[in-house]
Design a protein around this ligand. Structure first.
Ligand SMILES: CC(C)(COP(=O)(O)OP(=O)(O)OC[C@H]1O[C@@H](n2cnc3c(N)ncnc32)[C@H](O)[C@@H]1OP(=O)(O)O)[C@@H](O)C(=O)NCCC(=O)NCCS
Length: 181
């Protein structure tokens, strides 16, 4: 039986991920969706965390992708590391089969394993609430997108074994590639 395999990307996945993103985000008016260049620009920066670039593979094909990269939470007494989720993509011919949910959850689980505490996302709450994301502005988190209201969301991951304190309120700062999205 063919099963969905969830694993961090490896160098051989670069081309398949590019094609997956191009297909998932295709629009008639755009030759190459910005998500393709965005991922390639982030890869190799210090925001990139190899364990948190997650692919879903089905029958040897990369059919899903969920990316968590480093952002910083600037709060009144300093800064704290956080993660941003995106892009999330599933190949059009494999959508609505649970692959998106599986690959996002795998990325979030891997982040929890690494001791990460906070993930933010900009997206449709109807989709992201299944993972526990809620409005980030109501958690005291701002960003260039906080004015959008509901789509600006955050998730506090379970504490790691070391047990950290509560997540502070503050401003989430994104590295330059995010300004293109
Ligand atoms: C969004 C996306 C990743 C979901 O992946 P998927 O494998 O189709 O999703 P799943 O099968 O895990 O979940 C399906 C559920 O998500 C919902 N859903 C799918 N796409 C959605 C969207 N764009 N907005 C809101 N809900 C969506 C479906 O209604 C379904 O809901 P249900 O579980 O209540 O029936 C996929 O549709 C995709 O790649 N879309 C194009 C790219 C995109 O918009 N990415 C997200 C922004 S970064």
């Amino acid at each position: 039986m063919t099963t969905l395999r969830l694993r961090p990307e490896d160098p051989a996945d670069t081309g398949p991920i590019r094609r997956l993103l191009a297909a998932a985000f295709a629009r008639p008016d755009v030759r190459s969706p910005p998500e393709v260049g965005f991922v390639e620009e982030l890869r190799g920066t210090d925001a990139w965390i190899p364990e948190l670039a997650m692919v879903a593979e089905y029958g040897g094909e990369v059919v899903g992708y969920a990316l968590l990269t480093r952002v910083r939470l600037v709060h009144p007494t300093g800064t704290a590391p956080a993660l941003a989720l995106g892009p999330v993509a599933v190949a059009p011919h494999r959508q609505r089969l649970g692959h998106g949910t599986a690959v996002v959850q795998a990325a979030l689980d891997a982040a929890t394993e690494l001791g990460e505490r906070l993930v933010v996302v900009l997206g449709d709450p109807a989709y992201y609430r299944r993972f526990g994301f809620t409005r980030a502005d109501r958690m005291g988190l701002s960003s260039p997108w906080s004015g959008l209201g509901e789509p600006w969301q955050a998730l506090v991951l379970p504490p790691s074994a070391s047990g950290e304190g509560p997540v502070p309120r503050g401003e989430v700062r994104f590295p330059p590639p995010w300004s293109k999205i």
